[in-house]
Design a binder for this molecule. Sequence first.
Ligand code: AMP
Ligand code: MG
Length: 345
Amino acid sequence: MILALESSCDETAVALFDPSRGLVGEWVHSQIALHEAYGGVVPDLASREHLRHFAPLLQRALAVVPAGEIESLAVTRGPGLAACLAMGLATAKSLGLAWGRPVVGINHLRAHAFSPFLPGHAAGPERFEAELAVLLPHLGLLVSGGNTLLFAIDERRRLRVLASTLDDAAGEALDKGAKLLGLGYPGGPQVERLARAGSPSAYRFPKAIARKTALEFSFSGLKTSLRYQLEKMTPAEIAARQADLCASYQHAVIEALARKTRQALEGGAYRSLGLSGGVANNLLLQAELEQIARHRNVPFLRALPQHTGDNAGMIGFAAWADTEAGGVAADGYALEISPSLPLAR
Ligand code: AMP
Ligand code: MG
């Protein structure tokens, strides 16, 4: 039984993962309401909230599985906000010390990368291992507020980054666009909701890609072009055309993600396509990627809604499934936070 803790940004989360049974329970406290007033996450406030919420979440987990049954702890060591990561690490190390259990430091991005495989574990660990053998090599798209990454997982579960963004992340582009449109934070879900009533071809925004041939993403030009468009309009016009603006802007972001994913999938012998991270909640993006996978005749795997945003379930799962993570002291007491940890480490 693995007790997992996550506190890299604005979610305090605890989960229990049993490699033979799967996820036993997940508990999360989201701070979105607190940070909404500031239009983004305030690190010092976030870390105080983690301090406040870990104990009650842990109490709930320990009511399900007593401390004596927990064999190891898994905790996010990075990337993330330093003050927030420190809260999770300090909590996990203290419990590990008190219970005499090892603490494993988990790379949050690798956990996201493996999260589309989590539902497959429900069939049991043996079935899972057999299925994974058929699904690798895997092409994954990780899209969140801080990252836009295309990566490969090979047959030995080694992870390799194929492309990232030169500037803003996809979620960040949606959030910043939403802000320009006078919408609240986080903007992605609001843009998606308003876009339903609009036309994706009402406005022409530039494709959010660096070059046609390279896999790299670039979203800052897109955001600038939205700003120029809005400067040409009166507040009344903007309000009247909000749905069209949202639909066209969202379309440009998704088009870039879909085009580069298709290009990468066609360029390799991948046997599955995965989608993870907060932007993976977007239904249009899901539909686009599903179609790309179907066209190549490979299974499309996506993280469950409860595992797209930050969560501890994927941390516990990665502690077991990500056999190539490596590099982490086994007793965990020497563990340190790694605020800028890259995906492939
Ligand atoms: P994360 O960084 O993984 O916590 O995810 C948060 C990011 O996902 C933010 O940038 C949100 O705007 C974005 N996001 C969440 N839901 C959606 C959605 N339905 N459509 C597009 N973006 C979304
Ligand atoms: Mg979050």
